[in-house]
Design a protein around this ligand. Structure first.
Ligand SMILES: *Cc1c(COP(=O)(O)O)cnc(C)c1O
Length: 390
């Protein structure tokens, strides 16, 4: 059997070693707390599940869905964008439901990238931007996201031959893994850059509703001209604790929406209709659950953040996302540090290197474990640090 280069080119799964370690420890009966995964522990709101169950009984919903999604769902998405961001979208040409944002994020490179083409990809970043590019036969030119620059890419520093050749630009705010946020001024510069170099912009924005201290992120689509150069991926996963239901959307430039619809109609057969109705329920039903969830995450954020400073890890207090991005002490690699935390404290965090070279020197800590577990993790981190320094 001879597998394709795209399989050989896949990076080794970051967690292979750590997963093995976790399994070994659990086999020995040790208790390991994972702060490594960005998957909400809070349940999907009951009214959403109720609708899902009702719709599952309806015979029409047991048949193949349409690739472009239910018209009612596309309308609900357009209405949500109008209410939340003041952005007007044509539900028939500028909205496409997805099997989770990852579906679109992973496949959109097939709309732009031919073998040898370039995509501009942030580093550190959600790994799917670069992998989707590689699957399409292209290569990624990495844009370093550094703390001193607020984890925004420096578009000015991109060599002009690269900017001319590049066909896509990926951005993601509120950001995973750094928790950084962007304002309209940055998005305006992105639109100008994209227009100048004829580059399609893909903004990945699943964390716009997971926010703290009253912060309200903007949408890339709010910038005049954004819908002539790009799209925004969004998701119900993080907003409504619906990661397991696999439902999201992409909105914006009608040419990109059309191209992605054509790609996807050849790969999948849409989102199960009962799940689309559940998503409509989430987007159009009561929204107070969002503030309730954010209050829970904010408490956890504060607990963890205070502990980090006590144990010598430097971090910026996040205004959004489900993560704290913390700088580790000098003299450690992120893998070495994460391994030590696992071995010596029984706490799992994600090494920054897993998100790219520029992630070295950092770890990502997730807020998606129940309060008692987080309190236990914090107690372990404290006593681990005490032992280290005594
Ligand atoms: C969680 C996440 C996604 C995937 O969301 P789904 O809708 O569950 O596929 C996409 N991008 C980023 C940056 C994420 O953190």
């Amino acid at each position: 059997m001879r597998t394709a280069k795209r399989i050989e080119n896949l990076p080794p799964y970051l967690f292979v070693e750590i997963s093995k370690k976790i399994a070994e420890k659990q086999k020995k009966g040790e208790d390991v707390i994972s702060l490594a995964i960005g998957d909400p522990d809070i349940p999907t709101p009951p009214h959403v599940i109720e609708r899902l169950c009702q719709e599952a009984h309806v015979p029409e919903n047991q048949r193949y869905p349409e690739s472009e999604g239910l018209p009612e769902f596309r309308h609900a998405i357009a209405d949500w964008y109008k209410n939340r961001f003041g952005v007007a979208l044509d539900p028939d040409t500028e909205v496409l439901p997805l099997i989770g944002a990852k579906d679109g994020v992973g496949h959109v490179a097939l709309c732009f990238i031919d073998p040898g083409d370039i995509a501009l990809v942030p580093d550190p970043a959600y790994p799917v931007y670069a992998i989707g590019t590689m699957f399409a036969g292209g290569s990624s030119y990495y844009l370093p996201l550094v703390e001193e620059h607020g984890y925004l890419p420096d578009l000015e520093s991109i060599p002009s031959d690269i900017a001319q050749r590049a066909k896509m630009l990926w951005i993601n705010y509120p950001n995973n893994p750094t928790a950084a946020v962007a304002d309209l001024d940055f998005f305006e510069r992105v639109v100008a850059f994209a227009k100048k170099h004829d580059i399609a912009v893909c903004h990945d924005g699943p964390y716009t509703e997971v926010t703290y201290d009253g912060y309200r992120p903007v949408s890339f689509m709010q910038v005049p001209g954004a819908s002539d150069v790009g799209v925004e991926f969004h998701s119900l996963s993080k907003t409504y604790n619906m990661t397991g239901w696999r439902v999201g959307m992409v909105v914006g430039d009608a040419r990109i929406i059309d191209a992605l619809t054509r790609v996807k109609s050849n790969l999948d057969s849409g989102i199960p209709q009962a799940i689309q109705y559940a998503a409509i329920e989430a987007l159009t039903g009561p929204q107070d659950c969002i503030a309730q969830h954010n209050a829970i995450y904010q408490r956890r954020r504060d607990l963890l953040f205070n502990t980090l400073s006590e144990i010598g890890l430097k971090a910026t207090l996040p205004r959004a996302s489900l993560y704290i991005w913390a700088r580790i002490p000098e003299g450690h690699t992120s893998i070495g540090f994460a391994t030590a935390l696992l071995d010596e404290a029984g706490v799992v965090v994600t090494p920054g290197i897993g998100y790219g070279k520029c992630g070295e020197g950092y770890i990502r800590i997730s807020l998606t474990v129940p309060d008692e577990r987080l309190e236990e993790a914090v107690a372990r981190l404290r006593s681990w640090h005490k032992q280290k320094t005594s």
